[in-house]
Design a protein around this ligand. Structure first.
Ligand SMILES: Nc1ncnc2c1ncn2[C@@H]1O[C@H](COP(=O)(O)OP(=O)(O)OP(=O)(O)O)[C@@H](O)[C@H]1O
Length: 315
C-alpha cells in the first residue's frame, strides 16, 4: 500500500507539486500520468524519501520510506535506469545490492532470468548496456528484495515492443499476486493495457483519479468542424478547455455547452458527440487541457508548466 496525503513541494517560488493525495492498494497497478513537468517524478521521489516534501506525507506499507528498516525488502524502486554503477557488470551490481539488503546471493540468478538478462548480458559492464537493458537491470534491482510494492518511473523507456509486452505481463502478475504497483509512463496505450487505476496530474495538482474503466467512460466532448481554427477560437472564447485529438477537438464540457458555443460564433459543426470510448489518449488530452485552461484563467501570465488549477479534481 502506498499512501500519499496532501503532498506539496515548492522550489523557491515555484510549486512543483501541490496538495497531492492518492492511495495505491495491494493487488492493483496504478498508472501515474501527466504531461512533461506535471510533477510525477517529484511525487515519486518524495514517496521514496529522495526529496523531502515541503508539506504533507507519503508512506509505503504504513511508514515513511526513510523509516522502513530495510526499504528494498518492502518497496522496489526504479526512478532512473541510467543512474547505475557503469563500471560493474549486471551480475556484480545485483550481488552488491543483495548483500546490502541481506538477500541470499543465489536470488541474483533467478532475478536476472526473470527480467530477461541472459548469462552473457549479466557478465557485461553496465556502461555497455542499452537503455532497454538498463531498464531490465533496474527492474531486477527493484525485484531483488522480493518487495510487496513497486514504484517505477517510466520503466518502459527504451524497451522494444516485445520488452514492453513482457513488462506488462510482469507487472500484471506482480499485482495479481497481491503486490502494489505505481507506474508512471508516457506510453498511454501501455498504461491503458495494464493499469487498474489512474492518477492524472497536471500543473502539479491531481486533475483526476479513480478506477480506469470508470474514468475512461467519463465525460468530455468530441467536436469537429470544417473550419477547425474558427471552432477552436469559439470554444476558447467561451472559456471551454480544448485540446487537439486525432479525430477532432476534445473539449472538457458537455455537448450542449460545446454546441451552444459553436452556434454563438456561427461555426457549422460536422460532428458533435460525447468523447467517451476514445481511450486513454483522449481522456488524457481532455484532463490536461482542463488543467491548463483553469490555470490560465487563474494565472493568465503564467506558463503551462507552472499552472495551479483551482477546480476540484474531476472524478
Ligand atoms: N530540483 C528541482 N529544482 C527546481 N525545480 C524542479 C526540481 N525538480 C523538479 N522541478 C520542477 O518541478 C516541476 C515538476 O517536475 P517533474 O520532474 O516532477 O515533472 P514530471 O511530471 O516528472 O515531468 P517529465 O514527464 O518531463 O519527467 C517542473 O516544473 C520541474 O522543472
Amino acid at each position: 500500500m502506498i499512501e500519499v496525503a496532501q503532498l506539496t513541494k515548492r522550489y523557491g517560488r515555484h510549486t512543483a507539486v501541490e496538495d497531492v493525495s492518492f492511495r495505491c492498494e495491494p493487488g492493483t497497478v496504478t498508472g501515474f500520468l501527466g504531461p512533461n513537468g506535471a510533477g510525477k517524478s517529484t511525487t515519486m521521489r518524495m514517496i521514496c524519501g529522495l526529496t523531502p516534501p515541503t508539506t504533507g506525507t507519503a508512506t509505503v506499507a504504513g511508514r515513511p520510506y526513510r523509516q522502513l528498516p530495510n526499504p528494498g525488502r518492502t518497496v522496489g524502486v526504479l526512478l532512473d535506469a541510467s543512474a547505475q554503477h557503469a563500471g560493474r557488470t549486471g551480475r556484480e551490481a545485483l550481488t552488491v545490492a543483495a548483500a546490502t539488503m541481506g538477500v541470499d546471493r543465489r536470488t541474483v540468478g533467478a532475478v536476472l532470468d526473470r527480467v530477461g538478462l541472459n548469462a552473457a548480458a549479466a557478465k557485461r559492464r553496465v556502461r555497455a548496456y542499452s537503455l532497454g537493458m538498463r531498464q531490465r537491470l533496474g527492474l531486477a534491482h527493484a525485484l531483488l528484495g522480493d518487495p510487496q510494492v513497486l514504484v517505477l518511473d517510466e520503466p518502459a523507456n527504451g524497451l522494444d515492443p516485445e520488452g514492453i509486452f513482457w513488462m506488462r505481463g510482469l507487472l500484471r502478475d506482480f499485482a495479481d499476486r497481491g503486490g502494489t504497483v505505481l507506474l508512471s509512463s508516457h506510453l498511454l496505450r501501455e498504461v491503458e493495457a495494464v493499469a487498474d487505476r489512474l492518477v492524472v496530474i497536471g500543473g502539479g495538482r491531481i486533475v483526476a483519479q479513480g478506477d480506469k474503466d470508470e474514468l475512461l467512460a467519463g465525460d468530455g466532448t468530441l467536436v469537429r468542424a470544417r473550419d477547425r481554427a474558427a471552432l477552436r477560437g469559439a470554444l476558447e472564447r467561451a472559456g471551454l478547455p480544448v485540446s487537439e485529438g486525432t479525430a477532432g477537438l476534445i473539449v472538457g464540457a458537455d455537448t450542449d455547452a460545446v454546441g451552444e458555443a459553436a452556434l454563438a460564433a456561427g461555426v457549422a459543426l460536422t460532428e458533435l458527440r460525447p468523447a467517451g470510448g476514445g481511450g486513454l489518449e483522449q481522456l488524457f488530452l481532455t484532463l490536461t487541457a482542463q488543467a491548463d485552461n483553469t490555470a490560465a484563467a487563474a494565472h493568465p501570465t503564467v506558463s503551462g508548466a507552472t499552472v495551479r488549477p483551482t477546480e476540484e479534481p474531476v472524478r
